[in-house]
Design a protein around this ligand. Sequence first.
Ligand code: HCB
Length: 215
Amino acid sequence: MTLAEDAKNAIMKYDNKAAVEVAKKAVAEGADLVDLIENGYSAGMTEVGALFEAKKLYLPHVMAAAATMNAAMEILEPEIAKKGDGVGTGLGTVVICSIEGDIHSIGKDIVAIMLKVAGFNVKNIGRDVPLDTIIQAIKDNKAVAVGTSALMTSTMVGQKTFEEKMVKEGLKGGCITNVGGAPVTQQWADEIGADLYTENASDAAAKFSAAFEKK
Ligand code: HCB
């Protein structure tokens, strides 16, 4: 079995010990840790989500899987962040958070790490963040971009209201708006006027870098 398969299995069995062991093995072997997160641990989370939706699993299972993911991320995050050391923060500050009403945080935390590695100064301001708090964080940090994460159809609508607030505050144009999260699509980004849709963490790093290299 590959490391990614082992990682996926660990999530699906809520096996923190195995998840940590796979993470440590991957670090020791110099494996591609981002690939491991996306095709291993995150793939496991997606599968758990599908089983939850099909009512084959219940919320405590999802919570256990999230805890397993976090256990692995505790090993992987500092290792990935090391690669960002020395890159500097020359590309400017990006504010990132899960939008008001949404407590899902795993995905945006991975995006935050990847943007740091790509050379941005990342202010990860948490989850369930009120829209006015996000606006204030952009102003306080003179952010060049903002990423909002929405994992639920009910919280996605906050991304639309947020776009309207950005316009009203005169921030639109000076600060790139990025939207992400499992139910979010390019079509949604176009519909609400967001500047950038990113499907996953690698996509975010690539599109953010391209957007700022052009400037
Ligand atoms: Co949660 N939950 N959940 N959940 N949850 C989802 C999201 C459902 C889709 C599950 C389902 O029904 N199939 C569903 C939403 C349905 C809907 O609205 N369409 C759901 C629900 C309903 C709920 C509750 C309401 C359940 C309840 O209480 N009855 C509740 C939410 C309460 C609230 O927010 N107010 C809830 C709670 C939980 C937890 C706490 C048990 C746990 C979260 C733990 C945590 O994050 N700390 C949880 C989890 C883990 C999930 C699933 C299973 C996995 C989410 C996840 O972490 N995926 C999810 C099912 C699913 O999404 N398939 C389920 C892995 C990460 C890596 O992927 O998509 O988040 P990602 O992030 C990607 C990508 O989207 C993109 O890059 C990331 C990295 O590649 N991206 C961005 C994300 N954010 C970005 C921001 C950017 O700027 C750019 C790119």
